[in-house]
Design a protein around this ligand. Structure first.
Ligand code: KG4
Ligand code: ZN
Length: 361
């Protein structure tokens, strides 16, 4: 099944773990195209409806793959391998991507590569041209890196991965050797954003809306508790309860409270989520001595987190890296870059490999 000719390594990658259907083509680790189709159908339900997500993936997958191929300028017979998100995610959604990928690999007689979604979020920081160098000049480690040089993090680096389903601190020893050293005991950071937004009456997904309103607000106006969780683990369920009780109490006094104070409430909630995340990341950096730090996952698109992460890095002498905006939320480019490293290492998958909703590292 392995391609025998010496040409470039060209990967077609598919991501379909939740409610985005995406296809990306990479050549020698450089992203040529990254097409993403969202699914508006879930908005009216206030969250992702798994069965509707699978159906939308089935409708979207052929046009998305077609568009990604056209944009890349590559032809099917040039492809070296087909990659797909194997786990974790919604099983029906994963099955659409995995069956499509297997069929394509079988018909083209090229290797199949199964990719772990959370590993891919971390490795989005290794997409050439995607990593943002430390914002400020004068950091002890990074100091004034030219933006066009776009350096990549050195191994081992630390990554705070914050998505809708996961919150993890990972040591990335090499592209294929990752070690989770901290994770959430309950809700993920993205859930904390989305559930808080729901309490405020905002539509799903609420994370980007909290980000938007927070820009106009005062983060010091309302105070929410920071949970005292030992080690490098996180917990967000107490914060959600504190916000619920706070809003109930305020609305009993003034039914218009949320409407009148939306920006300050959003800024205060966002500020607390960010401080919970960055305090643990600081602890992880202190304990490991690692100075190259990354963030990844949907919540790394949050403008407040991006700014605070860079400022924290400047004050502590870290080199900070953030994937380009389009590689933060779910996308197939991160699957392609991960598959590229797996291809080079000969880490291929049999056609019998199955998708899995939950998967161990
Ligand atoms: O990584 P992702 O696209 O999907 C999962 O793997 O879960 O992350 C989705 C999460 C959602 O909870 C969404 O609200 C959150 O990322 N998110 C944000 C922002 N953009 C996406 N949260 C806060 N601020 C944002 N700008
Ligand atoms: Zn994700």
């Amino acid at each position: 099944m392995q391609k025998t000719n010496e040409g470039p390594v060209i990967i077609l990658a598919i991501e379909s773990s939740c409610d985005e259907t995406s296809c990306s083509i990479s050549r020698d680790g450089v992203i040529l195209s990254n097409v993403i189709a969202g699914q508006a159908v879930h908005e009216q339900y206030g969250g992702v409806v798994p069965e509707l997500a699978s159906r939308a993936h089935m409708q979207n997958i052929v046009p998305v793959v077609d568009a990604a191929m056209k944009k890349s300028g590559c032809t099917m017979d040039e492809l070296s391998a087909i990659a797909f998100t194997q786990s974790p995610g919604l099983i029906g959604s994963l099955l659409v991507g995995s069956q499509f990928a297997k069929s394509l690999a079988m018909s083209l007689k090229i290797p199949l590569i199964a990719v772990h979604h959370m590993q891919a979020h971390v490795l989005a920081n290794l997409i050439p041209g995607a990593a943002a160098p430390a914002a400020g000049s004068g950091t002890a480690a990074g100091s004034a890196v030219a933006a066009d040089a776009a350096p990549l993090p050195s191994f081992p680096f630390l990554c705070l991965t914050v998505s809708g389903g996961h919150t993890q601190i990972v040591v990335c020893h090499s592209p294929l050797k990752l070690e989770v050293i901290g994770e959430t005991l309950d809700d993920a950071a993205g859930e904390a954003f989305d559930k808080s937004a729901k309490l405020l009456g905002l539509p799903y997904p609420g994370g980007p809306l909290i980000d938007k309103y927070a820009k106009e607000g005062n983060a010091g106006r309302f105070s929410f508790p920071e949970p005292q969780i030992p080690g490098l683990n996180f917990s967000f369920s107490g914060l959600k309860t504190a916000i619920l009780y706070f809003l109930q109490e305020q609305k009993a006094k003034d039914p218009e409270f949320v409407h009148k104070n939306l920006a300050d409430i959003c800024a205060s909630i966002q500020g607390r989520i960010i401080s919970i995340l960055l305090n643990k990341l600081k602890k992880a950096a202190r304990e490991t001595g690692i100075k190259d730090l990354c963030i990844a996952g949907g919540v790394s698109a949050n403008s407040g987190l991006r700014t605070s992460f860079r400022e924290t890095g400047e004050s502590l002498g870290w080199r900070t890296f953030i994937p380009a905006f389009q590689y933060c939320t779910d996308n197939a480019a991160m699957i392609a870059i991960t598959a590229h490293f797996k291809y080079l290492a000969g880490d291929l998958s049999p056609l019998t490999v199955s998708a899995s909703a939950r998967a161990e590292w």
